[in-house]
Design a protein around this ligand. Structure first.
Ligand SMILES: [Zn+2]
Length: 249
């Protein structure tokens, strides 16, 4: 018997969304058969178009094998992810909050501030998530693993942003998150050729614009952006809103 060294949260944020969703469906519709745990790997047969033989590492949910087309090409497939979920839950239901994955940050539409304790916790969560947005140092064969790490960071941050209430306090938090990511793109060695991080930053700007519609106080948070130069000019829309609010007073 071996407890997995990974969590459902890890699988949820690190797997591409369509694969994760299909894996949840396979798991919930009882397509995993003959599950076995030898202490080092989990093995099972998964019923898809055919019956596939799947092996998953107990330490890394994305290591193992599957004899489906994707698995044979060394690509993480829904069958492996489904067996990894089975190893964690062993037949129990997938918690509702782990079924819908937030891919893009959205505005919570709730007005209010975080308590001192909530604020401190969110800051810890942001720091833990931002670690996945790291410098690229490996050879090109690790490129895909590197991109996966950026995606995982962005998925985790999206979930955090989407639960923030609307207030000046949280608007300031988002502005400083954008500035941290901007610094990583400019001088932190992050290779965002696929635009995963940049796309996320643009979406956070969209969330901040939503904030200003719910609570005009939040515009004050953009003052910090005056006169700075960012990697791709993401601050321009926010500065424009700030300038407009000043002009109308
Ligand atoms: Zn497969």
């Amino acid at each position: 018997m071996a407890e997995p060294k990974y969590t459902l949260e890890k699988i949820k944020f690190a797997t591409d969304n369509p694969t994760y969703k299909k894996a949840c469906e396979l798991y919930e519709s009882g397509k995993i058969m003959n599950f076995d745990d030898n202490g080092f790997t989990y093995t099972a047969k998964v019923k898809g178009t055919e019956i596939y033989n799947v092996v998953v590492d107990t330490k890394y949910y994305d290591r193992g094998s599957c004899d489906c087309y994707l698995g044979k090409n060394d690509t993480l497939c829904k069958h492996m992810v489904a067996v990894a979920i089975y190893a964690l839950l062993r037949g129990k239901k997938i918690p509702a909050e782990d079924k819908d994955v937030i891919i893009n940050p959205i505005c919570s539409n709730k007005i209010g501030e975080l308590s001192k304790e909530e604020f401190a916790n969110i800051k810890v969560e942001i720091s833990a998530s931002i670690k996945h947005v790291k410098a690229y140092s490996g050879p090109s064969r690790t490129w895909f693993a590197y991109q996966d790490s950026l995606s995982e960071g962005v998925h985790r941050l999206s979930a955090i942003v989407s639960k923030l209430p609307v207030s000046l306090q949280t608007a300031e938090l988002l502005v400083s998150l954008l500035l941290r990511l901007d610094k990583k793109l400019i001088s932190g060695g992050v290779d965002d050729s696929d635009g995963v991080v940049g796309g996320f930053m643009q979406e956070v700007v969209g969330v901040l614009l939503e904030f200003t519609k719910k609570d005009a106080e939040t515009i004050k948070a953009f003052k910090k952006l005056l006169g700075i130069e960012t990697c791709f000019g993401w601050e321009e829309l926010l500065v424009a809103v700030y300038d407009k609010s000043i002009a109308s007073h």
